[in-house]
Design a protein around this ligand. Sequence first.
Ligand code: ASP
Ligand code: MG
Length: 467
Amino acid sequence: MQVGSQTQKKDLIVSKFGGTSMGDAKCMLRSARVASKQNSFLVVVSAVSGITNKLIEVAKLAQFEAWSKTELALAQIKQIHKTIATDLKINPELEVQLDQLLDELESIAKGIHLLKDCSLKALDTLQGLGERMSSVLFMKAMQSALLESSPDTSQNEPKQVKWLDARQVLRTDDQFGKAKPQTQKIRELASKWLPSKSHGSHIFVTQGFIGSTEEGASTTLGRGGSDYSAAIFAEAVGADILEIWTDVAGIATTDPRLCADARMIPEISFQEASELATFGAKVLHPSTLLPAIRKNIPVLVASSFNPEQKGTWIRAFVSDQPLVRAMAIRKQQVLVTLSTPEMLQAPGFLYKIFKVFNDYGVSIDAITTSEISVSMTLDNSALLNKKLVHELSQFAEVQIEENLCLVSVIGNNINHTPGLAQKIFTAVSDINVRMICLGASKHNFCFLVEEAQGALAIQKLHKVFVQ
Ligand code: ASP
Ligand code: MG
């Protein structure tokens, strides 16, 4: 495996496998072989592909529909896991563990149905069952992969696979649905439950996405949060490398579905990769890199389906620093413009506005201001909150434009390169640009266009800057 050539046997590696890498018994075995070959210390897994959505569906059905519908959904979930268990030839103890989790799922669904209520707290326990079940199945895949790699156990002491309930280590606050990890506490708990002296003799299997509060209530880190979990674990155990194994062979210059000429990036800096993740590239959860940056842990993104392909390394420093490395699109944006003559030389106006956004927990992506108006882009879901718009209209005239997308060009020295803006806008000269953000970041230049024109803008830019 080529990626192995960049790692060393003694490196402490945390490897995360996403939902598609856990899709069925074959995928799990393939992923487990990767972890075995990489000599991973800790393997963090997602739920079986599609299961988190099904669990959320169970919560809805149980609340609002006849019990028979919930039963049907539960039966489907059970069947998916049981099929994998059979295909993997799971051992009886693990099967008992799986059955207990399936029973727990049914009990929680029943509770929701009886109460006709599902709090965020209940939903977190329910959603988290996907990862708890897949990790039990993955134990067997891991045992099989290790046996294959060293069939003659009479010579060496066989490596032991240990299952860890992530909730014993991943301490969070109690913001159910999007809980915040408590780094210091997690580090203390990791040294107890994941001692690095076991590296080499043990391989731990745990769940992404879930954590628990001080009081022991289950939490989740938000959708797609397993990447983030893996990074938090990597930080807590002092890992040398974090590996994110997915179904694409790394980070591409742009989304290959938008532009057929997109190609894989061998190496990218933390800053560029963070901008890419934040501005729409789907391959990494946007928070993933924070712990890796804090502890300077190189991150490999690669495909468990094709581990021999090199993947993308994300590091603090990369020698090749092109002006434009990649481009991304962030869909479903709205542009909110607030205008009022009162803004003219009035200190505190922006403060008042931002306070409203803060109170409603809405994050602003890009912003520009003039003397009497300020425009900002938000995810369109923010507008679902009618009160937010009402409150803003107390300060200024509010104008909203929908169906937009944010196109970003990501690279190096972007804000100090003469002529770049001209080159970008020449490339997209026939596309109507609604707002431009340049200057704040060395690594990102972004502008807003109509959603229907986003793909075209990317194709044109890619041709000029990357191909
Ligand atoms: N299973 C969770 C989700 O689908 C977390 C993850 O896969 O990252 O959102
Ligand atoms: Mg994911």
